[in-house]
Ligand binder design. Structure first.
Ligand SMILES: C[S@@+](CC[C@H](N)C(=O)[O-])C[C@H]1O[C@@H](n2cnc3c(N)ncnc32)[C@H](O)[C@@H]1O
Length: 367
């Protein structure tokens, strides 16, 4: 069943993405997703009330990782704000878990051409090292909140037994119900925290992995392949069988109905937010498109496996391979080499399919 192992250590869902630039170098897919939300940033900025003269317009990005995508999106928002009111004081708050590689975020901020750091008057960069399931910004301070490819992470590692696979969509019975409940609680908690942080009239734009009305689940094929590779290693005795049965990637792909639910059913959220937009869209796979153009199986497999490693390594290390033995690094390398070989042998079957859930909500003035 799902437990609340929230403390530091073994209950963590993730300690962050690949460090020292690894995630940034292998997150083309996440960049494609964020690009689909870029026009919405302009619309959100146009819709938010500007602060009193002399006060700052603060943009917060929740789940920023090492920042390549975050810097681009926040920069776009601040440029749009300054088109509305030239020279308005502005601040950018980048949020992620305390173990995130924030050093790399600031390295990127300095190195990225066109980043908001080049704007005049200067924009204040800020880091918020806190779970986005808690307070992550001062109350009422945020005009625009964004979150890209992050709010699908659960708040803690679920305590379920899912021998059928590595993903919520493979769970059955009580385990499936418990995962749905945890995802619902987490989303409600996320929205309550953002409600407290947004200024009246402020906008929150969230993009996360989704599930279509037809039941198509983002990343299901990938997680099936990952589970089969784990199964092969368990059969060879090099991965702990009990850890494999308990292992699940703590990511939940919501439907529109699930995402809307607390905004209708939770009294405070229903009064506190109105929904501007909500939808699920397929986002094309940049790795598969490149392979369709060049037919280079090896390059496709290398890039796809690196993309997967960028966002799964921290969790696999904590919750699957740590139980197996001391040489976690060797096991991780072996695991991803097997995954890469599988992708190279058949680029299509295990392809990553993405249906991104986009939601924009406005914080009401009265609540
Ligand atoms: C796939 S990355 C997305 C990064 C970036 N937004 C992008 O679009 O490239 C997901 C990020 O969410 C962060 N994350 C997961 N759970 C979190 C939490 N509870 N609080 C804050 N950040 C969290 C992870 O640490 C990671 O950096």
């Amino acid at each position: 069943m799902v437990g609340g192992r929230d403390g530091p250590g073994e209950g963590k869902a993730t300690e962050g993405m690949g460090r020292a630039g690894y995630y940034d170098a292998h997150s083309e897919y996440q960049r494609s997703v964020a690009d689909t939300g870029a026009a919405l940033i302009d619309r959100c900025v146009a819709a938010t009330p500007l602060p009193e003269a002399g006060e700052s317009y603060v943009v917060a990005d929740y789940g920023c990782s090492t920042g390549a995508n975050s810097i681009k999106m926040v920069s776009r928002a601040i440029v749009a704000v300054r088109e509305r009111r030239p020279g308005i004081p502005a601040a950018a708050l980048h949020n992620d878990v305390p173990t995130n590689d924030f050093n790399q975020l600031f390295v990127n901020l300095v190195a990225t051409p066109g980043s908001y750091l080049e704007l005049d008057p200067p924009v204040l960069p800020l880091a918020s090292a806190a779970s986005f399931f808690q307070t992550a910004a001062p109350a009422g301070s945020i005009r625009l909140g964004t979150s890209f490819s992050a709010a699908h992470w659960l708040s803690s590692q679920p305590e379920v037994v899912v021998p059928q696979g590595f993903y919520f969509s493979e769970a059955v019975g009580g385990a499936r119900d418990a995962l749905g409940r945890q995802a619902a609680q987490d989303w409600t908690t996320f929205l309550r925290a953002r409600h407290a942080e947004l200024a009246p009239g402020g906008r929150l734009l969230v993009q996360m992995v989704g599930t279509t009305d037809a039941g198509e689940v983002t990343a299901r094929r990938l997680l099936h392949a990952m589970a089969e590779v784990g199964e092969a290693m368990a059969s060879e005795g090099i991965v702990d069988r009990a850890a494999l049965d308990r292992y699940i990637l703590p990511v939940y792909a919501r439907t529109v109905v699930e995402a809307e639910h607390p905004l209708h059913d939770d009294a405070a959220l229903a009064a506190g937010f109105t929904i501007d937009e909500i939808r699920v869209d397929a986002v094309p796979n940049p790795y598969l498109e490149a392979w369709q153009n060049d037919g280079d199986n090896a390059a496709y497999a290398k890039n796809y496996a690196a993309f997967v490693r960028g966002f799964t390594e921290s969790n696999l290390r904590l919750h699957l391979f740590a139980a197996t033995g001391p040489d976690v690094d060797t096991l991780m390398d072996d695991y991803f080499a097997r995954l890469e070989a599988r992708f190279a042998a058949d680029p299509v079957s295990d392809r990553f399919e993405d249906w991104t859930l986009t939601i924009v909500v406005a914080r009401t003035a009265a609540s």
